[in-house]
Design a protein around this ligand. Structure first.
Ligand code: SF4
Length: 314
């Protein structure tokens, strides 16, 4: 692994900057593990601004692991409105069921955390750093960019190298502040296209700034998000939104398809394909009967599961 020096001064400057400039995000003010994990699930693929709007209403509806575990899958999807990537709502509810199976607490060991529904490498480190208080570096796309520029003078550094470097410079006992400080640098100063190095507390020790790469990186510019309009993701989202508007009532399949076609100006085949994938992912139920063909968000809980969790009669 490439060697780098420990930038002690930059660490002090970064924490002092965070003390002054930290973004005031509501989930940073709570110590409730459930509330923090809900935020982390939302933040996986949704902007901070949108999560800031949606996090509190979700908690008002499902304030605890237990409340979410007892909810129908469709209710969780319904409460996920506006966040996109609806499968996360199902995974979060599955996680709530798992936590309830464990007596209402998250496991502490990384391997056990990794086996939980919806919990990938980043979320394991986020739970460890922000919920359990472990000295663990969290590496998401923003931190990878900031740390790559700062410590290696470039982007595109291999994950393993960035993770090892991040872990090596982590100030013991300050994982929460440290990771959040780097997140805030990535969000407010060290952006993809135009890092504002002269405002950055890391600037005197940053290899990227020293090499005067304070210009747009062509490789980063090429990595833009794919076109959204007319995409399968947009069609899927529109179908789920339509069913949310009717939840818990079902909607005629034919009517739903026509409305999505008209709204997005896409063909039937695109809507059918998106619908098929939603059914396959468990986000939509397609109820076919002799005279009916209805779509609905998944509403039923398994009676066996309810009994197993002690929900009978509630
Ligand atoms: S000095 Fe510039 S490139 Fe380095 S971390 Fe700060 S904003 Fe990013």
């Amino acid at each position: 692994m490439r060697r780098y020096r420990s930038p002690v001064d930059a660490k002090v400057a970064l924490l002092a900057w965070y003390d002054r400039e930290a973004r005031d995000l509501p989930w940073r003010r709570t110590r409730d593990p459930y509330a923090i994990v809900v935020a982390e699930f939302m933040l996986q693929q949704t902007t901070v601004r949108r999560v800031t709007e949606k996090w509190r209403p979700f908690l008002d509806r499902f304030p605890t692991w237990s409340a979410l575990a007892k909810a129908a899958p469709g209710a969780a999807i319904d409460a996920w409105r506006g966040l996109g990537y609806n499968r996360r709502a199902l995974r979060l509810r599955e996680l709530a069921l798992e936590v309830m199976d464990r007596g209402g607490t998250l496991p502490q060991e990384p391997d056990a955390l990794r086996r939980l529904p919806g919990v990938g490498t980043y979320t394991v480190s986020a739970i460890r750093a922000f919920v359990l208080g472990h000295d663990v570096a969290t590496i998401d796309v923003n931190l990878r960019r900031v740390l790559g520029r700062w410590l290696f003078g470039r982007e595109g550094v291999r994950d393993r190298e960035v993770a090892a470097a991040a872990q090596a410079i982590l100030p013991p006992g300050q994982a929460k502040e440290w990771n959040q400080a780097l997140m805030d640098i990535g969000a407010t100063i060290c952006g993809v296209r135009a890092p504002r190095c002269l405002l950055c507390p890391i600037h005197p020790e940053c290899r990227w700034a020293a090499s005067e790469k304070i210009h747009r990186d062509d490789r980063s510019a090429g990595r833009r998000q794919g076109r959204f309009a007319g995409s399968s993701r947009q069609v899927r989202g529109r179908i789920v939104d339509l069913l949310r508007d009717h939840f818990p009532e079902p909607l005629s399949r034919a009517a739903a398809i026509e409305r999505v076609k008209d709204a997005l100006v896409v063909d039937s085949a695109s809507v059918e394909a998106a619908l098929l994938s939603l059914v396959r992912d468990g986000l939509v139920e397609d109820r076919v009967g002799p005279d009916t063909d209805l779509l609905v968000l998944p509403a039923a809980r398994s009676p066996e599961r309810k009994a197993q969790l002690g929900f009978r009669g509630r």
